[in-house]
Ligand binder design. Structure first.
Ligand SMILES: Cc1cc2nc3c(=O)[nH]c(=O)nc-3n(C[C@H](O)[C@H](O)[C@H](O)COP(=O)(O)O)c2cc1C
Length: 200
């Protein structure tokens, strides 16, 4: 019996001495967002946009990769000037370009799409992204910041555009809250992820 126990102990010790090189599983969740730093409504001049802050919190809680849509032609820092550019883009149905592209798109089965509400809608640069990739069979989750409009009609707009995707209920948070209250935003995000079945 003693021999048997010694043998088992030796085997356990040997196994624990062998280093295990766990292969890192690539992320299957991606957070893509557009956000505008500079002067903004209710928050003054900000270094990091409100939606960027929300997107980072989601990525952290979901252990996701993250991709920011950085416009090739930057939007004006000045709030009123930015309003004008956004108006023109909406009128012309513009598709502004962004820097870079998403590598390994096929590895992601779940994609969060984040944006501020601009004139009641999704900023045009987010359409540039949504029209460029294949969403067939993927799970898509919208998120946004705003200063009164909530989601506006953006949930429906995404559902109508990405017909091949399973679009889950999005979350809208006040931009000023996302900017100034990381803890409260983190709690809102955690509750929402549970509600839509992406967290326990
Ligand atoms: C061009 C423009 C248009 C906007 N239109 C709306 C709007 O229609 N409804 C609203 O609630 N907020 C509107 N806002 C406020 C933004 O949605 C809000 O400040 C948001 O948090 C900004 O996020 P960001 O810092 O990620 O860009 C607008 C802001 C800008 C710059």
């Amino acid at each position: 019996m003693k021999k048997l126990i010694s043998l088992i102990l030796a085997a356990v010790l040997l196994c624990s001495a062998i280093p295990v090189f766990a292969e890192e599983t690539p992320a299957h969740v991606l957070v893509v967002y557009f956000s505008h730093a500079g002067e903004n409504y209710n928050v003054g001049v900000i270094e990091e946009g409100n939606t960027a802050k929300m997107g980072n919190i989601i990525a952290e809680q979901m252990n996701a990769d993250i991709f920011a849509l950085e416009p090739v032609v930057p939007y004006p820092e000045d709030y009123d000037a930015c309003l004008d550019v956004a108006t023109r883009e909406q009128q012309k149905k513009a598709r502004p370009e962004y820097e870079g592209e998403i590598e390994n798109w096929d590895q992601y089965d779940t994609v969060f799409i984040g944006y501020p509400i601009w004139w009641g809608s999704i900023p045009n640069i987010v359409y540039t992204f949504m029209e460029a990739y294949d969403f067939e069979g993927r799970t898509v989750i919208p998120f946004n910041t705003h200063e009164g409009s909530g989601q506006s009609h953006s949930q429906r707009d995404i559902e109508e555009l990405l017909t091949g995707a399973d679009v889950l209920q999005g979350l809208a948070i006040r931009g000023s809250k996302a900017q100034n209250d990381a803890e409260g935003t983190g709690e809102d995000v955690a509750d929402w992820l549970k509600r839509i079945g992406l967290a326990q």
